[in-house]
Design a protein around this ligand. Structure first.
Ligand SMILES: O=C(O)CCC(=O)C(=O)O
Ligand SMILES: [Fe+2]
Length: 361
């Protein structure tokens, strides 16, 4: 973000190319507390991250039931799973990553048009989380833009690289229809039926793209791309070019949990359970705490597509999941409520939206 003199508070001088932005050292404002980065507890056993063949959702009743069971177990144990055979062509994934990278390589002048720290802006470009306001800064540059309905927002997106709108637009449309399919399976797995949220998500549902760039970092052990957090959305579908995403596996280590590095396998998409599915399930499914770690040599790009109900549409605990023994554990809230929370709170300090929704016994 720029002050009156036109200087950026960010070390990244947001306009330059990723290479020029790279510093030979990590300034103090980027140093994260050791508790954010417990390297010794990292589980590098890739096998344990659940992977689901999503094509079976369209198969026989038995196949669909099998997927629903796997999904339910992944949502309870991890709040996270990977999907294969999702039906999105590899070219579409590669093209979206390519135009995202191309955008961050543009000269300052181009990118500055989108610079904003207003969390309500439908298109904004900035660094960290709230640049200049976060107590700790994060080694991340990002473009955030709304993506659904596409015709309403696409004319606000970058026109450079020239194929940005077409290629990112195609990716967004494909990922959105996948999100509806997955949400149908999630509500079915909760006994609410496949169409419990369909019309609300279909008509007014939001899709927000976080197009993230993490330049090479001279000391990846001291800084982070993003601190531990959960997403406010129903689900997030994520595509990355390199490993770096770590999730907190709650059920590991007798419930004390541990960090797991998510593997990168070409073509595999990642699905995060967000705060609003935790509410929807009355706490049976957990929104996954995750963070973005850094690479010493390479620029990491991730495309996080967040899917939620409409701006003012409230997610509440369904009456079907509530009885005397199992009362509602969360207050209702909307996407707009999350934005108000984001304005007032510093996520870099570990504040979580979901914690503000819990109903105390
Ligand atoms: O870059 C990543 O792997 C994580 C991105 C993320 O968590 C987000 O944009 O909310
Ligand atoms: Fe996230």
């Amino acid at each position: 973000m720029e002050n009156e003199k036109g200087e950026s508070s960010s070390i990244f001088k947001m306009g330059n190319s990723a290479q020029e932005r790279s510093l030979p050292y990590v300034p103090d404002c980027y140093a994260v507390p050791p508790s954010y980065e417990p390297r010794d507890a990292l589980d590098s056993n890739f096998e344990i991250v659940p992977t689901i063949d999503i094509s079976r959702l369209k198969g026989s009743d038995d196949e669909r039931r099998g997927v629903i069971q796997e999904l339910s177990s992944a949502c309870q144990l991890f709040g996270f799973f990977q999907i294969v055979n999702h039906g999105i062509n590899q070219n579409i994934l590669d093209d979206a990553l390519e135009v995202a990278h191309g955008f961050f390589e543009l000269p300052a002048k181009e990118k500055k048009k989108f610079m904003s720290n207003d969390v309500y802006a439908p298109v904004r470009y900035t660094t960290s989380i709230k640049d200049g306001l976060d107590k700790i800064q994060f080694w991340r540059i990002f473009l955030k833009h709304y993506a659904h309905p596409l015709h309403r927002w696409i004319h606000l997106w970058p026109q450079n690289p020239p194929e940005y709108r077409e290629k990112m637009g195609k990716f967004c449309e494909e990922v959105r229809s996948l999100s509806l399919e997955i949400m149908g399976a999630i509500t079915e797995s909760l006994g609410l039926g496949r169409d419990y949220l369909s019309s609300r998500m279909d008509k007014n549902g939001m899709q927000v793209m976080a197009v993230n760039c993490y330049p090479p970092c001279p000391d990846p052990t001291t800084a982070l791309g993003l601190p531990p957090h959960s997403d406010y959305s129903c689900i997030t579908i994520l595509l990355q070019n390199l490993t770096g995403l770590e999730i907190f596996h709650l059920s590991a280590h007798g419930g004390s949990g541990r960090w797991v590095l998510v593997p990168e396998v070409k073509g595999v998409l990642k699905v995060h359970i967000g705060d609003h599915v935790e509410v929807l399930s009355n706490g049976l499914y957990k929104s996954v705490i995750h963070k973005a770690t850094l690479n010493e040599e390479k620029t990491r790009i991730s495309l996080a597509s967040l899917h939620s109900l409409g701006m003012d549409d409230k997610m509440s605990v369904p009456y079907q999941l509530v009885n005397n023994e199992n009362p509602a554990r969360y207050r209702e809230s909307s996407f707009n409520d999350f934005l108000a929370f984001l304005v007032k709170n510093d996520i870099s300090q570990g504040e979580r939206f979901i914690d503000t929704l819990r109903i105390k016994d």
